[in-house]
Design a protein around this ligand. Structure first.
Ligand SMILES: NC(=O)c1ccc[n+]([C@@H]2O[C@H](COP(=O)([O-])OP(=O)(O)OC[C@H]3O[C@@H](n4cnc5c(N)ncnc54)[C@H](O)[C@@H]3O)[C@@H](O)[C@H]2O)c1
Length: 336
């Protein structure tokens, strides 16, 4: 099949594209290679994909309305896996417009492309951050998510709403993917594991927010990819029996579905750091700090619906995932 993968030079996009290529699919990948973090890492990921049979890279901005329209006109995509976005909670406090451009205008351009070219299935990244002020754990897709605590989260919730309207109006099958803290090889330098590893190896102390009193549902990248690859084959169907009063918020009368993709075994931040210390063989010096604005206290995914649909849920233990990340990190930066 012919796939469009957006954000293909990014952490998750790169892994998804690689997996699709190995399975023999054609992949057109787009990315604007922005400098939110090291462009060299994005280029290194692309270098892993370059030359693989079936892969084409196009440097393109999601907010470029004409460029995206032309892309869809030139290729007949059967599936679109939309992972390109301005990510990061903290950055959204100082750079809100980057989120409007990439995540709102960009998402609309992708929806329009799918609508006009009858794409069979659009899958797009949402985020566990949509759960915002929710306190009931685990977070379930049936729960209301109307209280985001960052603009980033608000744009992700907006993506779900925009997608629903297109599923309803044009019958476009859409699947929203609420990822829970993804980590692993080729990961993101702005995320805790990467920052901690860099600091510990440099002999610097690490910043531990809310004095370590946080739980995160850390989800290993291969589990995320497995779930996406299985879900792309499950095209949401309209359900005429669904209604707002009795139906789940994760589904609709329209061909629309939202899933949590998380490990469903939240880990204390200190245990995650412990796993990293073990993998590195170094004890970290810790700088205990208060909670940061925009952060949520605990996350945990209810993955019952995911498992019912695809017979799989993420399960890689953090000790193993962190070990694999450290092995990659040392190899990538040539550290003995
Ligand atoms: N990694 C996580 O823990 C996590 C958790 C929840 C949701 N997500 C979501 O998953 C998706 C992928 O995240 P990731 O961790 O791979 O992030 P990433 O930053 O590594 O990848 C995103 C890619 O999109 C590209 N991009 C950004 N704005 C663009 C634009 N305007 N035009 C074209 N390309 C653009 C970036 O250059 C980058 O390569 C994002 O939508 C993110 O919000 C990630």
């Amino acid at each position: 099949m012919k796939f469009l993968v957006t954000g293909v030079a990014g952490f998750i996009g790169y892994h998804v594209a690689e997996r699709l290529l190995v399975a023999g699919h054609q992949v057109v990948g787009i990315d604007n290679l922005n400098d939110y973090y090291a462009v060299s890492l994005k280029q290194a990921r692309l270098a892993q994909l370059a030359g693989k049979p079936g892969f084409t890279f196009i440097k393109l901005d999601l907010a470029d309305r004409q460029g995206i329209a032309t892309l869809f006109a030139e290729h007949q995509f059967e599936r679109v896996i939309h992972l390109g976005a301005q990510a990061g909670v903290r950055y959204s406090l100082d750079n809100p417009h980057a989120y409007a451009d990439a995540n709102l205008t960009g998402h609309l351009n992708i929806l329009e492309g799918c609508r006009h070219h009858k794409v069979r299935h659009l899958l797009y990244a949402s985020s566990s951050s949509v759960y915002g002020l929710n306190r009931k754990l685990p977070f379930a897709t049936q729960d209301s998510v109307d209280h985001p605590v960052s603009l980033y989260a608000a744009t992700k919730k907006a993506n779900e709403l925009m997608s629903h309207s297109y599923s309803h109006l044009y019958g476009l099958p859409t699947t929203g993917l609420r990822f829970f803290t993804v980590y692993g090889p080729w990961g993101r330098p702005d995320m805790a594991l990467f920052k901690f590893t860099k600091a510990i190896l440099a002999g610097e102390s690490i910043d531990v927010y809310n004095h370590g009193e946080m739980h995160r549902d850390f989800t290993y990248i291969d589990d995320i990819v497995e779930a996406i690859v299985r879900l792309q084959a499950v095209v949401p169907q309209p359900n005429p029996d669904w209604n707002v009063e009795q139906g789940s918020a994760a589904t609709s009368s329209a061909p629309y579905h939202v899933y949590n993709i998380g490990n469903s075994r939240p880990v204390k931040l200190m245990a995650y750091i412990d796993a990293l210390e073990q993998a590195l063989g170094i004890t970290a010096r810790k700088n205990m700090l208060p909670m940061q604005p925009g952060d949520v206290l605990d996350t945990g995914a209810d993955t019952v619906a995911l498992y019912q649909t695809i017979g799989f849920k993420p399960a890689t233990p953090v000790e193993e995932g962190v070990r694999r990340f450290v092995a990659w990190y040392k190899d990538y930066y040539h550290i003995d």
